[in-house]
Design a binder for this molecule. Structure first.
Ligand SMILES: *[C@@H]1O[C@H](CO)[C@@H](O)[C@H](O)[C@H]1NC(C)=O
Ligand SMILES: *[C@@H]1O[C@H](CO)[C@@H](O)[C@H](O)[C@H]1NC(C)=O
Length: 143
């Protein structure tokens, strides 16, 4: 008993601390959004930067959809529920998207809540006013 008490206390601290810690919400992995688009994010490095690829389910372009590269930052790189931003260079059209968002722990699932801007290329400055769109997407980790 004399020995057991500190041992149990240590055990409790170890398990308790682990159980209370908010689960990490790293972006690394495969994600699917509400439109059916797929996104893969490779390893987030210690500075928070990452690359990945994006396969959109929707497009306004007449060209065939192709998987496209993305580059971004997760901030902070190693804490729960981080913010992030990334840019997608669409492979099949002269447009660029930027996403910004946050990863949330919702029950046992990780959810990315994002907003984006899509810049389309226009032929001249007179059409600049209509060149940018805005939207929302929610992503879930592919199990
Ligand atoms: C995303 O991945 C799922 C599962 O692999 C697949 O069924 C679906 O067709 C993909 N979506 C697109 C837009 O390719
Ligand atoms: C399109 O993007 C992918 C990354 O997902 C890359 O591997 C591929 O080479 C790109 N293709 C073109 C034509 O840029």
């Amino acid at each position: 008993m004399v020995q057991a008490t500190p041992f149990l206390l240590l055990l409790f601290l170890a398990l308790g601390a682990h159980g209370l810690a908010v689960k990490k919400c790293s972006l690394t992995g495969q994600w699917k959004n509400d439109l059916g688009s797929n996104m893969t994010i490779y390893e987030v490095n210690e500075d928070g930067d990452f690359s990945g690829k994006y396969l959109t389910a929707v497009s306004d372009s007449s060209s065939e959809i192709r998987e496209s590269p993305l580059l971004g930052f997760q901030h902070p790189p190693d804490e729960s529920q981080p913010t992030f931003g990334f840019t997608i260079r669409w492979n099949f059209t002269n447009t660029i998207s930027v996403f910004t968002g946050q990863c949330f722990e919702e029950g046992n699932r990780e959810v990315l809540k994002t907003m984006w801007l899509l810049r389309s290329r226009v032929e001249n400055i007179k059409n600049d006013w209509k060149a940018t769109r805005v939207g929302y997407n929610t992503f879930w980790r592919l199990e």
